[in-house]
Write a protein that binds this ligand. Structure first.
Ligand code: UT7
Length: 372
């Protein structure tokens, strides 16, 4: 019988640009305020790329400490995946630049799935290791999303920031790493978060520039509704698939798009808000770098330790989403309950979930009236 393989998260690293752009800074150039941004999103400040920062340089700066922690040289890598929506160039893929700068001798590809990209990449990389095809894989999320922001549009420019983060996966025979995942897409919502011009369907020309179609446009409310619906439901399915219960998750790492989306997710999962990691106040939404950056900081702060179970979820343009349940280091992956108590608690959760869904219209009406 062949031994089952797992993909251990063996190293991690981050890079955040030095330039800090605060809410008050933004309020000097657009009609907004620290109060509005803080209460509506949870963001206080974000980082913006410096003169010498490129997507590839940031990806490399995040990858080097990850490789060092994993005890690997770049030449030990079998594959590099860089998730991004803001590569240095339309061509070549930034992954090849990262491979070259690091001095790696392996395949490399760029993965685009909006803000969900890095979680997609983590699930993909895990399959290469589980199948035995590859051993050591670098998974990076790097984003200079500020290049696509219209700094005259207060509905988008206050939300995003630049950052990069990376992990290195290595094989393990002990249960560890990604235990279950869900990859989702609903392309019918594409228009809700889009850069309408400067792609192949509408190549860059004077019209595109005049209409500012080379920048991100977002129907914030539509994305908010999609995210609020998706976070709890996808987490529930993915946790269930891992044979666990929400109570078994030590830390949730949600996409750092809006603290209110996270609060709604926690409420629907019936989990305490403190179990949801947030660093949105420092960085805003760093797109595909958001979840890995939060993961790295949670590790640095000791919020996650050997054997802990973590559920990570990202969502964004596509519309897309991706969720993983993973274990940090090795440890017992079975749920903390006996088979009987697991079955009882799972059945009870299903009943309460059903009741919650049935009550949702009433609950929404109640909150709307309360707001008024
Ligand atoms: O990773 C990508 C995923 N993206 C997201 O997850 C974004 C999801 N959406 C959101 O987070 C929220 O919808 C936003 C933060 C974008 C907006 O919050 P909201 O509570 O949905 O506000 P709203 O769009 O309903 O706007 C309310 C008001 C509007 O004014 P009126 O029409 O009521 O007069 C907006 O024009 O707030 C106004 N507004 C602002 N005011 C001050 C919108 N942006 C700003 C701003 N400063 N920056």
């Amino acid at each position: 019988m062949t031994q089952e393989r797992y993909a251990r998260i063996a190293g991690w690293g981050k890079y955040v640009p030095e330039n800090v752009l605060t809410n008050d800074d933004l309020a000097k150039s657009v009609d907004t305020s620290d109060e509005w941004i803080t209460t509506r999103t949870g963001i206080k400040e974000r980082r913006i790329r410096g003169e010498n920062d490129t997507n590839s340089s940031m990806a490399v700066a995040a990858s080097e400490p990850a490789l060092e922690m994993a005890g690997l040289k770049a030449t030990d890598l079998d594959l590099i995946i860089v998730a991004t929506s803001s590569p240095d160039y339309l061509l070549p893929p930034v992954s090849s630049q990262v491979q070259d700068i690091l001095g790696a001798k392996c395949g490399a590809f760029q993965l685009g799935a909006g803000c969900s990209g890095w979680v997609y990449a983590l699930a993909v990389a895990t399959q290469f290791i589980k199948s035995g095809a590859y051993n050591n894989i670098l998974v990076v999320g790097s984003e200079i999303i500020s290049f696509a922001l219209d700094y005259t549009d207060r509905t988008t420019c206050v939300l995003f920031g630049d950052a990069a983060a990376a992990v290195v996966l290595t094989p393990s025979e002990e249960p560890t790493g990604v235990l279950s995942f869900e990859l989702g897409s609903d392309g019918s919502g594409a228009e809700a978060l889009i850069v309408p011009g400067a792609g192949s369907s509408k190549p860059l020309n004077q019209d595109v520039l005049d209409n500012r179609e080379n920048f991100i446009r977002m129907d914030g409310k539509a994305v908010f509704r999609f995210a609020a619906r998706t976070v709890a439901s996808s987490l529930k399915r993915t946790i269930d698939q891992a044979g666990l219960l929400p109570d078994d998750i030590d830390l949730f790492i949600p996409h750092q798009a809006n603290a209110r989306i996270v609060e709604a997710g926690a409420r629907f999962l019936r989990q305490p808000a403190e179990k949801f990691y947030l660093n949105i106040h420092k960085y805003g939404n760093t797109s595909t770098a958001s979840v890995p950056l939060a993961f790295v900081e949670a590790m640095e702060e000791g919020r996650l330790k050997e054997g802990d179970k973590v559920a990570m979820i990202a969502f964004g343009a596509g519309l897309s989403w991706a969720t993983v349940v993973a274990q940090v280091g090795v440890g017992d992956i079975s749920s903390a309950h006996s088979l009987f108590s697991y079955a009882v608690k799972r059945a009870r959760n299903r009943v309460v979930d059903g009741a919650q869904m049935a009550m949702l219209p009433l609950y929404t009406l109640f909150r709307r009236n309360k707001k008024k």
